[in-house]
Design a protein around this ligand. Structure first.
Ligand code: ZN
Length: 502
């Protein structure tokens, strides 16, 4: 078969697989937003059927044969940076990951984690780690098996990290996190010795519908295209895309906490802007998604924090909020509002953490995951190890395991290797932000005038449009001139919070 015909045949298969995944995605979005609760059982089966069909199609020997032909006859004649060459490389990478794991293992793991999730929910509700412990022990055993399907490796954690952050190595993350832990714990100590910022203004009563309308007007102004996307409500905010022209995100509203919709809404908007910005020619192919979880998170965090928690941003937007809630904010200045949104306070719960403490929650989890996988830590000793690290890094100890080791769903799903991508995203957000002024000049000038187009255009050009064409670190190197660094983020935190806390 000739190269062009094989490439066309491969793409035709990939489009079909993509469509099956999208159909499952629509069902899941509906489940989280509109579905009556009793529909859950049937819906789980429907989603599983579509995912299984997609998986079978993708792992079929024909895909392997087509990839082989394209590697033998296509790659030698293509430019290594061409879309064709990159499509073959990325698809090969996905194919190897999908086929190296025996289907018996996949089945057993799906069974184990679906039971474990139910038990974890119960254990968390009762703050009873002992209930969850036998499941987590079996999960750790199976996750170690998973890693060994990808042997040889430098570190047993490498194959797990690689699932979410292509080609990133554990040693590299350890070195970055070492710096971050040292820098952020030191900064936190300084902040805790200073007078606390008052954020009571955020906790007045804010009407739900007005909050929803406000966030929609804000994201539309910034550049989220509502003719190619929409906003819904869900318990846990998330972003999903069925095509580049249909990208949706959800928000959660609290009537007594305005920061919830502002931070959550701008966070998900960041994910959604990334998706809307991918080059349409990659639609339906493995190149038509974000480069990695870390890069995706860099965009949600960039818009949520570097933009959405900046003084310049609120110089422009505070009057919008004030007009929407005059009874609450008549007596409040933009500066007081900005400071309230940037209050730093160690807490037990990761998802409620501020910019200064968030990475410390992640580093704690990363270190514990590694210790479990290298068998330096027993699952039985996990709660104690958790609390000791909370004390050391954040200076607080959770009152029970529900607010401690049981708080996140990830381990019950077997998602080891996922947590570090949150912190990598934070580091990348500042690094990418720092690369912009060389071309754009002072970003605060734009933001304080409500002009977000130059920032969005820069990100589309350097990051979004490329989708998954480049490996994450290659993309970052191309966009910023360097691979991932810890210093820009630390410098950003020190500058900003040095100013707020004196
Ligand atoms: Zn996110």
């Amino acid at each position: 078969m000739n190269v062009q015909k094989t490439l066309d045949a491969l793409k035709a298969r990939l489009y079909e697989i993509h469509d099956l995944h999208v159909a499952a995605g629509v069902l899941q979005w509906d489940q989280e937003t509109d579905m009556p609760p009793k529909g859950a059982k049937a819906r789980a089966r429907q989603v599983a059927t579509l995912r299984r069909l997609a998986h079978e199609k993708f792992t079929s020997p024909e895909i392997g044969e087509m990839l082989q032909i394209l590697e033998d006859q296509g790659l030698p004649q293509w430019d290594p940076d061409s879309d064709e060459a990159r499509l073959v490389r990325v698809t090969r990478y996905d194919y190897d990951r999908a086929t190296k794991v025996p289907s018996d293992w996949v089945k057993a793991f799906a069974q184990l984690t679906s039971e474990a999730r139910v038990v974890w929910r119960e254990a968390r509700a009762r703050a009873d780690f002992a209930l969850f412990r036998p499941y987590l022990e079996r999960i750790v055993v199976m996750v170690r098996e998973y890693a060994h399907f990808f042997a040889p490796f430098d570190h047993i954690y490498d194959p797990l990290l690689d699932r979410f952050e292509r080609k990133m190595k554990t040693a590299q993350v350890q070195a970055l996190f070492e710096r971050v832990r040292e820098g952020q714990t030191r900064l936190l100590q300084h902040i805790l010795s200073r007078p606390q910022v008052d954020n009571a203004v955020l906790h007045r009563h804010y009407d739900r519908q007005k909050q929803r309308d406000l966030i929609e007007r804000m994201v539309a102004h910034i550049g989220f295209d509502l003719e190619r996307g929409r906003i819904d409500f869900s318990t846990h905010p998330f972003t999903t895309g069925f095509s580049i022209d249909d990208v949706r995100f959800t928000i959660r509203i609290k009537e007594n906490d305005l920061s919830e919709v502002l931070s959550g809404g701008l966070h998900e908007m960041g994910h959604a802007l990334y998706h809307q910005g991918i080059d349409p020619k990659y639609e339906g192919l493995p190149l038509g998604r974000g480069a990695s979880l870390g890069v995706h998170e860099s965009q949600s965090r960039l818009w949520e924090n570097l933009v959405g928690r900046s003084r310049a941003f609120w110089q422009f937007f505070f009057p919008w909020v004030q007009e929407t809630f005059p009874e609450n904010l008549r007596d409040v200045t933009p500066e007081a509002f900005y400071r309230a949104l940037n209050r730093v306070e160690p807490s037990f719960i990761r998802v409620e953490a501020d910019e200064v403490t968030y990475n410390l929650h992640i580093i704690l989890r990363f270190e514990l995951e590694i210790a479990l996988l290298t068998e330096d830590l027993k699952v039985a000793d996990l709660p104690e190890a958790w609390n000791a690290k909370m004390k050391a890094y954040l200076g607080v100890v959770p009152p029970d395991d529900a607010k401690g080791v049981l708080q996140d769903i990830h381990w019950s799903q077997g998602s080891f290797g996922y947590f570090p991508t949150y912190a990598l995203g934070n580091l990348l957000s500042a690094q990418i932000w720092n690369a912009m002024p060389q071309e754009l000049g002072d970003l605060n000038t734009f933001m304080s005038r409500g002009e977000f187009q130059p920032i969005l255009e820069w990100l589309r050009e350097r990051i979004y449009r490329h989708g998954n064409k480049f490996d994450p670190q290659e993309l970052i190197q191309r966009a910023t001139g360097q691979t991932i660094q810890a210093e820009p983020y630390l410098a950003y935190l020190e500058g900003k919070y040095g100013d707020i806390y004196g």
